[in-house]
Design a protein around this ligand. Structure first.
Ligand code: SF4
Ligand code: SF4
Length: 230
């Protein structure tokens, strides 16, 4: 899932300072699962924001909330469209993709981000999410016993650990598992340590963000005769 966390109320209040009618828009997908921008969190934030505005003498600002199933898919944004004209700004509680999808759909309405989008990750334990994939565009998990060195080694090393690993922890942060210790332990358990005797090839970063914003086109999923949308 895409993992995000919420901006602080004063920061959101500051972002919308030039507006009198603001619609807070939650998203029902990834950010709901990571408890950052779903219906519940958007409702709580709405109450906190109204209170905060009142405290600085701006209690006249209208702050309403709504949540749609997915902000990153235009068909779901249809449900929001009839309401947008009633507001002079939107604060999105979707991930960065959702915020930009709303900005594209509503070119005359300022759209602000209510969340800080963090990473692609998993729920590690209740209330704790950890990063697992940097979206490099050329997945190499098959070479590294299913553990991503690009994401989980702080130095993105592809040919074994640095000299800083101690007791399985990374030298960058005490609470961080050394990615290469994890790779080693799992490869040993799988009996594939010998596959690491060859030098790993450099990563092709042109498949990542370094090659500019990326696009996936699935011709088999495009509507016949219309081709991929540019
Ligand atoms: S190799 Fe690339 S796609 Fe695969 S998990 Fe790592 S960052 Fe993600
Ligand atoms: S200690 Fe491990 S995870 Fe940290 S930078 Fe070195 S090899 Fe990578």
């Amino acid at each position: 899932m895409i993992v995000a966390d919420r901006k602080k109320v004063p920061e959101i209040r500051d972002m919308i300072k030039n507006h009198d009618r603001v619609l807070l828009v939650g998203c029902g997908t990834c950010v709901t699962v990571c408890m950052a921008g779903g219906e519940r969190e958007t409702g709580i934030l709405g109450s906190a924001l109204r209170m905060s505005l009142k405290l600085i003498g701006r209690g006249n600002v209208v702050v309403d909330e709504c949540t749609i199933e997915r902000q990153c898919e235009d068909a779901f944004v249809d449900a929001l469209a009839p309401r947008v004209g009633d507001y002079d700004a939107i604060c999105s509680f979707g991930c960065g993709a959702g915020v930009q999808a709303l900005a594209e759909r509503f070119p005359n309405t300022p759209v602000y981000p209510g969340l800080n989008t963090q990473f692609i990750g998993i729920l590690e334990s209740q209330g704790v999410w950890t990063e697992k994939c940097a979206g490099c565009g050329a997945c190499r998990l098959g070479e590294f016993a299913g553990i991503c060195p690009l994401t989980r080694c702080a130095k993105r090393l592809l040919n074994g650990p640095c000299a800083g690993s101690r007791d399985g922890k990374c030298e960058v942060r005490e609470d961080l598992e050394c990615g290469w210790q994890l790779i080693y332990d799992r490869a040993k358990a799988l009996g594939i340590l010998d596959t690491f005797e060859v030098t790993a090839t450099p990563q092709d970063w042109s498949a990542s963000l370094d090659g500019g914003p990326r696009k996936v086109v699935r011709e088999d999923q495009c509507i016949a005769g219309l081709g991929p949308k540019a």
